[in-house]
Design a protein around this ligand. Structure first.
Ligand code: ATP
Ligand code: MG
Length: 486
């Protein structure tokens, strides 16, 4: 349940989430809660029944002696309260540290190349060891509380109680020899006392698990409280792929506006390029178009319908994204294109052909079934990018967004991507953010953003004609750079 919930959280949640901690909550903490149901409750119920049975039997034999034995119950309640007092902080701390360990590990593994290249493995190793040490001590504190308070204290009470019962028996006889009947009762009591103490020990022992489960549940609850992306009503449809943006303002945090009063109309099947300096709001605009963040109501319409009124499944099927960093699964090329959708081999191949990815996939030793390794480790960045385009196209979207899909690839591969995009013109609405202006040179219209405002718009020749315009300067600068590099 927690996993499904995490998959439906809005993108803004993942801006602050730390992967390892999240994984820890979804795995370890839910596991602790599970123990409550498979073990704790079962053992407790079992023990309570045995306890009640023994008490009734003792009541039957001798109610006064039974009252002495019954003093155990409040004593145990006190011990458990004390135990909770002492162990709760340690248990909470241990769980926090464990999730911190997971977070560190996940982060280090993800950034291994940077760590090793930056000779930072030792520093990170030390940091990890520090948290590990703290975890060890915290866990020790927990275990010490268990070791002192649970079994040993109750064992002690057991012995004290035995002594008291024998003593009371002895006083009653007043020195005279016990009758056979009385010896029988004494014997029965001595054996009943252990029958009472054992379930009490079992119950108190469960409190350590219960403590884990409660702390785990509190942590899972924090996660479950995060509101999921609201599922929009189903009536809106994407038919043509026309996008209308009107008076769009947006801020991630109140008082820090990122986009100002944007107006943009994108005709179905057209190819739009978005350029601008770093931080000018290009990716933000795309995130809003993709509904990763909620745009002001009605500011963005697709085919006349406000984006927020389009059903989630239909919206995601109709809108494809090729991100800057292609994300590949550790699976085959086919699975990477299908992404869990029920696609026939022909559909997968058609998408790969449309993305110009078919040829290189056929060049792999097992074609579409070649495992690509984690993160597509065995492909070049350009190949990953083509695969990401194939994946986006496999859903037969009406609209395709590209966020700097050509930033990391060489000019030759860029041309392959450009050809793939050119072949899609007229069929799919394309909005491409590009640092490399050559990618969007042929776009129907280029929009230049500057500090969240639209500075210029037009075709490449139109923008180049603006003297000392932003686009012209960007373009000339890039040409100089490329010549320098060449
Ligand atoms: P680049 O070319 O470097 O990718 P960009 O034009 O895509 O830049 P954005 O990523 O849209 O720029 O960022 C625009 C502004 O919004 C920046 O000032 C950035 O700090 C801020 N910003 C971006 N993402 C977030 C976020 N998730 N939370 C808060 N602020 C953000
Ligand atoms: Mg960006």
């Amino acid at each position: 349940m927690a996993t499904c919930h995490v998959l439906r959280l809005p993108m803004s949640f993942f801006d602050r989430a730390i992967t390892g901690q999240l994984v820890s909550r979804v795995t370890n903490d839910t596991e602790a809660v599970k123990m409550l149901y498979v073990q704790v409750l079962f053992v407790m119920l079992d023990s309570v029944i045995v306890l009640a049975g023994a008490m009734v039997a003792m009541l039957w034999l001798d109610w006064r002696l039974m009252l002495i034995v019954a003093t155990l119950v409040p004593a145990v309640v006190l011990i458990v309260m004390l135990y909770q007092r002492l162990s709760a902080p340690a248990v909470t701390r241990t769980r926090e540290l464990r999730s911190e360990l997971n977070a560190q590990l996940a982060e280090s593994i993800a950034g291994m190349a940077v760590l090793q290249a930056g000779n930072a493995t030792e520093r990170f190793g030390k940091r990890f060891a520090g948290i590990n040490e703290a975890h060890y001590h915290s866990r020790q504190r927990e275990l010490r509380a268990n070791a002192w308070l649970l079994r040993p204290v109750l064992d002690l009470l057991n012995v004290i109680l035995l002594a008291v019962v024998i003593f009371v028996f002895g006083m009653r006889g007043n020195g005279a020899a016990l009758s056979a009947l009385e010896v029988g009762v004494l014997y029965a009591f001595i054996s009943y006392i252990s029958r009472v103490v054992e379930p009490l020990i079992q119950i108190t022992m469960q409190f350590s698990q219960l403590q884990q489960a409660m702390v785990g549940a509190a942590r899972v609850h924090v996660l479950l409280k995060e509101t999921e992306t609201p599922v929009a009503a189903e009536h809106g449809r994407v038919t043509e792929g026309a996008i209308a943006i009107e008076h769009l303002d947006f801020a991630y945090r109140p008082g820090q506006p990122v986009l100002h009063d944007l107006d943009l109309h994108i005709a179905p099947g057209s190819f739009h390029g978005i350029v601008g300096h770093t931080g000018s709001g290009k990716s933000t605009l795309l995130s809003l178009l993709l509904r990763f963040y909620p745009a002001p109501a009605g500011a963005i319409r697709i085919d006349g319908t406000p984006v927020e009124a389009i059903g989630e499944d239909h919206f995601r099927d109709s809108v494809g994204l090729v991100p800057q960093e292609p994300f590949l699964l550790a699976a085959s090329a086919r699975e990477n294109i299908a992404m869990g959708r029920q696609l026939s081999d022909a559909q997968v191949e058609a998408a790969a052909r449309a993305a110009n990815a078919h040829d290189f996939i056929m060049g792999l030793e097992r074609g579409y079934d070649t495992p690509l390794g984690e993160g597509g480790a065995r492909l070049s960045v350009g190949q990953k990018q083509l695969l990401a385009i194939a994946r986006a196209l496999a859903g037969e979207p009406r609209i395709l967004f590209l966020d700097e899909a050509t930033s990391h690839i060489d000019s030759e591969t860029e041309q392959v991507v450009q050809r793939a995009l050119a072949a899609l013109r007229g069929k799919v609405t394309i909005v491409a953010i590009a640092h490399r202006l050559s990618t969007i040179r042929d776009a129907d219209r280029i929009v230049v953003l500057n500090h969240g405002r639209m500075a210029e718009r037009g075709t490449h020749p139109e923008l180049m004609a603006i003297d000392d315009g932003l686009y012209q300067r960007l373009y000339l600068l890039q040409q100089l750079e490329e010549e320098g590099a060449g």
